[in-house]
Write a new protein. Structure first.
Length: 61
């Protein structure tokens, strides 16, 4: 599968907000398999989307 776990803090390799992995699953046929359902906040609004694990990396501060 991938080297990500639920609860990991990740960021797109291209940058962007810090996100938390909420679920790892099969989003085919319209999305990646495996896919990472990530959540983050835009001000007070909760946002979520599915990303291919190859597009994100673990956040290290």
């Amino acid at each position: 599968m991938s080297n990500f776990n639920v609860g990991d803090v990740v960021q797109l390799k291209s940058g962007g907000p810090l996100m938390t992995v909420h679920y790892i699953g099969d989003y085919s046929p319209t999305g990646p398999n495996p896919g990472l359902l990530c959540v983050w906040f835009d001000n007070a609004n909760k946002v979520e989307d599915v990303f291919d694990p190859r597009a994100v990396e673990h956040y290290r501060d």
